[in-house]
Design a protein around this ligand. Structure first.
Ligand code: RIB
Ligand code: CA
Length: 319
């Protein structure tokens, strides 16, 4: 069955790969792309989303959302994604007009117009838009099929020793999402650090020989350089956000384990931590399916296929 999704993102090199897989794999129907401030400011990540649409031939509503987190000061990640948020490739001019609606309204409109239980939200940036949508239209909580989010960690963080960037950027929004009574899959760093784009993967993508594949190679080469310099990843960058879409294409791509997850909001040293209780130690019911072990060949096989498929559809697309 085709998974119908709204991708809420902050492109972002790995968000770009998530967009491409969502558009190129027939097992997922990409209904809309919404952006929120995260890796870079809202104007930059929105421009980047439109550029990815142009090079990949993606024609869906694209709407800009939250300019920053609900409460905390804004944080961006130029040390990983560069000043543009998508440094490395030449970014093509947008071919789509930005949807005039706010991202929150696009999320609400898509969910409320669809049959209950048929739309999955896939946030791969801070959860600000999702939290705002829940507050503006609470009915989406019972209508959304599942939230499959990239964020969190049940071991170590990457923004602080205990907090992953997407959660740390807006912990109040994340707390609202994990606390709501909808199914949540947490694709955290424990899983996504297994999803490295090594030299063999890059070579397979380069061999496709299209403008899109060259764009993706440039994306991965920059992303790989910053992850090597900043975090010591010598086997290629962890393409975090791609894993969320891959699971919706093929649930065999990683295993999950149920847990109770809560977001720390008042810790002196642990703000933004996704406290993950696999053992019922808090006596709270499990609220999250936590991603554990990745089938890496399966991830990259479907991703290479999606790039090849989109390349065939977008002959002559500009870089
Ligand atoms: O911590 C990694 C996450 O933060 C990814 O989604 C990346 O794109 C950034 O948003
Ligand atoms: Ca992201």
């Amino acid at each position: 069955m085709t998974e119908r999704i709204v991708l809420d993102c902050d492109p972002g090199h790995d968000d770009a790969l998530a967009m491409i897989l969502a558009a190129g794999d027939p097992r997922v129907e990409l209904l809309a792309v919404t952006t929120c401030a995260g890796n870079q400011t809202l104007p930059k990540v929105t421009r980047n989303a439109l550029a990815v649409c142009a090079v990949a031939g993606i024609e869906v509503p694209v709407a800009a959302g939250a300019v920053g987190p609900l409460v905390r000061p804004q944080m961006v990640a130029p040390e990983i994604h560069g000043e543009s948020g998508l440094d490395g490739p030449v970014l093509p001019e947008a071919t789509l007009e930005l949807d005039p609606r706010h991202a929150v309204d696009v999320i609400i409109d898509v969910v409320m117009a669809a049959e209950p239980g048929t739309v999955t939200l896939v946030p791969t940036g801070p959860l600000t838009n999702i939290a705002l949508a829940m507050r503006k239209e609470p009915a989406i909580v019972e209508r959304v099929k599942r939230v499959v989010l990239m964020g969190g960690s049940y071991t170590r963080g990457n923004k602080t020793p205990t907090a992953e960037f997407n959660i740390a950027a807006d912990p109040e929004a994340a707390s609202a999402v994990f606390s709501a009574p909808w199914p949540v899959t947490m694709v955290g760093l424990d899983l996504t650090h297994q999803a490295t784009a090594d030299a063999d993967v890059v070579a397979r993508i380069e061999a496709i020989g299209s403008p899109l594949s060259s764009f993706v190679v440039d994306v991965l080469e920059f992303f790989g350089s910053t992850y090597r310099e900043q975090q010591g990843f010598t086997d290629g960058p962890p393409v975090h956000d791609l894993c969320c879409v891959a699971w919706l294409c093929d649930p065999e791509v990683f295993t999950t384990q149920e847990a109770f997850v809560a977001v720390e909001l008042t810790g002196t040293w642990t703000n933004g931590m996704t406290v993950t209780d696999f053992a019922g130690l808090f006596g709270r019911p499990n609220n999250t399916d936590v991603a554990i072990t990745l089938d890496k060949p399966r991830l990259w096989d479907m991703t290479v296929d999606a790039i090849a498929s989109l390349s065939a559809r977008t002959e002559g697309a500009v870089r």
